[in-house]
Design a protein around this ligand. Structure first.
Ligand code: NAD
Length: 510
């Protein structure tokens, strides 16, 4: 192993602080629940949402009770029956276009709110999260009047009321992934954001008011797991869309088993990022960094297992360490920050516990030398080498800035190791041989596979997992299908031209 001395970073390439101003935010001291087009007091008490970078309170948030969830579902049902299901697809699309444009207009404000509440670097919320939110609404706005031509089946129609539960890692983006296709397909929505990141969903509710969306079409009920449980179990919900951990996904699947409720579950991941010895190493190193350190590794499809061909292991690890020493950890609102805060004390504890287990099980730990701020929740970018497929840190989702490095000798071994996981959400392949990429990709059990890139998202591209990463797809035409029911062939009424069709197959009578 080469001697690793910082060539860049603190001292050599110091950056002056460049904090984004929060003056654009006009936050209230407390937020109620958004039900039937207006904010109202909840009946379940409240909790504070804090900045994970400073631990300072941002605002007081209503904790939705069972009665509040009931009121939100009732509002969504009324809106579905009375307004939303009566609108043409083109009219629904107009609302979605309007929402997309308002997101663009308020992009800076939303980015600041997201970084403040979540802890992610402002350059990520500004350049990735919020532009993708707008892109998602624009994309599904275009589908709203074309459901009949989507090729999803005959007579596509909405399920009705969709209950949507999202995690904290991409708060507004996950909201967009859920709400945009649901509305385009003609459903109404009750959405519960994660308890540590409710802020951007509440600002989004203001955007819905600005857009004049009919009351009740989207309702936002804040709260924690119990609020989510009440929503999932509500008897008047037709569809459950959940993104979060595999453990909670399992609970939800059990809770709705035997009911008429449709479900899509987008769960955890433990993606393999496979680097072959013919890969462009510099690009691969950037891809590895993006794959696991983007958003502090709080990414379901993060490339958390690096599978590197044995003969280039030392070179890749050395270059990776050099690169990690240039990353700047600190204030999420600083435009120079690469690594922001860990979202919560609980998540930090989980990352620490799993990292300690990694060390105890014999893997070698290396963390980038960083100045860790005094307050808030932080974890330095960390690499574990000498990891085996049976190591806990190669099997469990850490959901933090921690990379487990494994090696392989042949493509077959890479494929076997990559697939040796209960998850199957994503994977990455780095090689300059297109044929090798295609051959390997074909054998990987993962919903999304990137080649010579990582963590690329597009609203037209479906996203979802195999095995314990869940079922159903979000994004693209497939994501639209998850919010529609279509008529099965045997249910269809006889078509006026059915007899002609059958005659044609038998041959015309002369
Ligand atoms: P989590 O499962 O703890 O919570 C997710 C949401 O579910 C939160 O809003 C939470 O309040 C709610 N919830 C908790 N218990 C519930 C219950 N019993 N019934 C109903 N709702 C309940 O997950 P998290 O820690 O917020 O998010 C991290 C997880 O999300 C990771 O495992 C990550 O991989 C996964 N994730 C998956 C995707 C994907 O598209 N597959 C995307 C982002 C995150």
């Amino acid at each position: 192993m080469k001697d690793i001395t910082p060539t860049t970073g603190r001292g050599f390439l110091d950056y002056a602080p460049a904090p984004e101003s929060t003056s654009i935010l006009h936050l209230k001291d407390s937020y109620g629940l958004f039900i039937d087009g207006e904010f109202r007091e909840g009946t379940g008490g409240s909790f504070a949402t804090i900045s994970p970078a400073t631990e300072k309170r941002i605002a007081e948030i209503a904790n939705g009770s069972e009665a509040d969830v009931d009121a939100a579902v009732a509002a969504a049902r009324r809106a579905y029956e009375k307004t939303w299901s009566k609108l043409s697809g083109a009219d629904r699309g107009k609302y979605l276009f309007r929402i997309a444009r308002l997101v663009q207009e308020r992009a800076r404000e939303l980015a600041v709110a997201e970084s403040l509440d979540n802890g992610k670097p402002i350059k990520e919320s500004r350049d990735t999260d919020i532009p993708l939110v707008a892109a998602w609404f624009f994309y599904y706005a275009g589908w709203a009047d074309k459901l009949d031509y989507a090729g999803l089946g005959a007579n596509p129609r909405a399920h009705g009321v969709a209950a949507q539960i999202i995690p904290w890692n991409f708060p507004l983006l996950m909201l967009a992934w859920k709400i945009a296709p649901a509305l385009a397909a003609g459903n109404t929505v009750v959405l519960k954001p994660a308890e540590t990141t409710p802020l951007s969903a509440l600002l989004f509710a203001e955007i819905l008011q600005q857009a004049d969306l009919p009351p009740g079409v989207v309702n936002i009920v804040t709260g924690a797991g119990e609020t989510g449980q009440a929503l999932v179990r509500h008897p008047d919900v037709d569809k459950v869309a959940f993104t979060g951990s595999t453990g909670v996904g399992r609970e939800i699947a059990k809770a709705i088993a035997g009911t008429r409720k449709k479900a899509t579950l987008e769960l955890g991941g433990k993606a393999a990022n496979i680097v072959f010895d013919d890969a462009p190493i510099d690009q691969a190193v950037e891809g590895i960094v993006n794959g696991i350190f983007f958003n502090q590794g709080h990414v379901c499809c993060a490339g958390s297992r690096l599978l590197v061909q044995e003969n280039i292991h030392d070179e890749v690890v050395d270059r990776l360490k050099q690169r990690l020493m240039t990353l700047r950890l600190g204030d999420p609102l600083d435009k120079n920050t690469d690594i922001g805060a860990i979202n919560s004390a609980e998540q930090l504890e989980r990352i620490r516990t799993l990292s300690d287990i990694g060390e105890r099980e014999g893997a070698e730990r290396w963390s980038a030398p960083c100045d860790i701020p005094e307050n808030g929740f932080w974890f330095a970018p960390t690499i574990f080498t000498g990891v085996t497929t049976s190591s806990t840190i190669a099997r469990e989702e850490i959901f933090g800035p921690v990379l487990s490095v494994l090696t392989f000798r042949t493509p077959a071994e890479a494929i076997a190791k990559a697939n040796n996981t209960p998850y199957g959400l994503s994977a990455g392949i780095w090689s300059d041989k297109g044929s090798k990429i295609l051959a390997v990709a074909d054998k990987l059990r993962a919903g999304v596979i990137w080649a010579n890139t990582f963590n690329r998202f597009d609203p037209a591209s479906p996203f979802g997992g195999y095995k314990e990463s869940g079922y159903g797809r979000e994004g693209g035409r497939h994501g639209l299908g998850a919010y529609l029911t279509t008529q099965a062939v045997e249910d269809r009424p006889a078509q006026p031209d059915a007899s002609r069709a059958s005659r044609r197959t038998k041959g015309p009578k002369k």
